[in-house]
Design a binder for this molecule. Structure first.
Ligand code: KE4
Length: 442
């Protein structure tokens, strides 16, 4: 169903032309698949600028933005402190390829927030962070197997494109082509929120599992919260079997709390991966943990890892500015309040459209997803039972009213500190109309 945002009060001509030009030189017209709108139909709005809670497309339309560049924009777009820090840093040179104090400063801010993290290695993306964490776990334990969870997404390194969520599920390729059997052979999968399945795998592959890798609150099958006892159960199982527990906090780090899911749920990880918010919108990823694990990385240890732009001074400056602003814990209270207001309002809007009990809103703090199926959604099988045609109709109905949602049922909405009550209420009013349009397909 090839369609662009229907007219209503918005025109899309310039985005349509821009997408046509982009498709001639960029694969699918995009640099990350989920942006291509394959799951919802039509073509993307080309964004010209972003500020606070808004993004503005080439045709001058303004949207309330719930993509938040997939998580980094927790303080809103183009925060003056981040913009100033970037401008000042880049005037001193965009990259040195040598140590700079900004790396130490940002690493110190991360160690202060995450009790389990005593040392950090910066990289340039979440994918690199998790790829490094897996290699580090294998090097530190001398074991090869990794256990991950169906529907969790940890970036696009070969070994982790197995039953992967996010764009891989959106496009129907959760286990990607081009990944040799050998690369995926040591990746075992279990259902999310099923610690018993993990226990069975650890017993079956006794002494061979290097790590259990988990999104401590899942965001890449849509948002799915850890069931009570799930994370603590993984902690106990890893301790019993000598496996390392890797929390992929690329999305949850500094989002659910300053100390991420580890602070929120009180479960310690052996290795933590971070990204998104710690770069303040610039390309940064990080791996962190206790020195006894981290010192296995080169140059101290034998696990090799490197990167031309790792610890880039401009990216570090953006991250420092962002994390310093997030030391004000009121931010977390504000975005929790906004999330609660939106969740309650969306459930009310769905009920008014005759969808009571027919949609499920999963929320963890300022990350949430509206699933077009009745509750509960506790894992990948539940999530993929959603009505994605109804979601697509809802998506476009919201976009037509100036609400910019992630273009996939299997993604998280992100609320920023700039999403005040008036914008939340505007979103809820728009959802009432959008649920009515979607209800016709349910
Ligand atoms: P990047 O390589 O995209 O920086 O990070 C990979 C990654 C790792 N771990 C988690 C928990 C993640 O959510 C991600 C990336 N998230 C997706 C959004 N679901 C990025 C958006 C995209 O792929 O375009």
């Amino acid at each position: 169903m090839k369609r662009y945002y229907s007219a209503m009060n918005m025109r899309r001509d310039k985005s349509v032309r821009a997408f046509g030009r982009a498709c001639k030189v960029l694969v699918g017209g995009v640099d990350s698949p989920v942006r291509a709108f394959a799951a919802v139909g039509g073509g993307p709005a080309f964004i010209e600028r972003a500020a606070g809670p808004f993004v503005y497309d080439l045709d001058g339309n303004r949207y309330i933005d719930y993509v938040g560049t997939w998580g980094p924009a927790i303080l809103g777009h183009a925060h003056p402190a981040a913009v100033g820090a970037i401008a000042s840093a880049v005037r001193r040179g965009s990259s040195f390829g040598a140590p700079c104090q900004a790396e130490t400063r940002l690493a110190t801010l991360i160690c202060r927030a995450f009790g389990s993290v005593k040392k950090v290695r910066f990289v340039s993306s979440g994918t690199e962070a998790v790829m490094t964490a897996v290699r580090l776990a294998r090097g530190a334990t001398g074991r090869d197997k990794i256990i991950k969870f169906a529907g969790c997404y940890h970036g696009h390194s070969d070994a982790l494109l197995v039953a992967a969520g996010s764009g891989a599920t959106t496009l129907g390729i959760p286990s990607s082509a081009g990944v040799p059997a050998g690369a995926a052979r040591d990746t075992l999968t279990a259902p999310y929120n099923d610690p018993d399945a993990v226990g069975r795998l650890l017993k079956k592959f006794r002494g061979k599992v290097a790590a259990v890798l988990v999104e401590p609150a899942a965001g890449n099958m849509g948002v799915v919260a850890p069931a009570k006892g799930f994370l603590s159960g993984l902690r106990k199982l890893c301790d019993r079997h000598g496996a390392l527990l890797i929390f992929d906090e690329v999305m949850t780090g500094f989002r659910l709390a300053r100390g991420g899911a580890q602070e929120l749920y009180g479960v310690r990880a052996d290795i933590t991966t971070l990204g998104k918010i710690i770069g303040g919108g610039m390309p940064v990823g990080a791996v962190g943990g206790p020195a006894k694990i981290m010192d296995n990385l080169a140059p101290l240890g034998r696990v090799y890892q490197a990167g031309t732009l790792s610890g880039n001074p401009v990216a570090m400056a953006a991250g420092i500015a962002t994390l310093e602003l997030l030391q004000n814990r009121r931010v977390y209270a504000d975005i929790e309040r906004a999330g609660r207001r939106l969740e309650t309002g969306l459930l009310r809007a769905a009920a008014s459209a005759g969808l009571r009990g027919k949609i499920c809103v999963n929320r963890v703090g300022s990350m949430m997803t509206v699933f077009f199926r009745g509750p509960p959604v506790r894992n990948y099988a539940d999530a993929t039972g959603s009505n994605i045609r109804a979601f697509a109709e809802f998506f476009h109905a919201m976009a037509d009213q100036g609400i910019y949602l992630p273009p996939s049922q299997y993604e998280a909405w992100f609320i920023s500190a700039r999403h005040g009550p008036a914008l939340i209420d505007r979103t809820i009013r728009s959802a009432t109309k959008a649920f009515t349009r979607a209800a016709r397909l349910m």
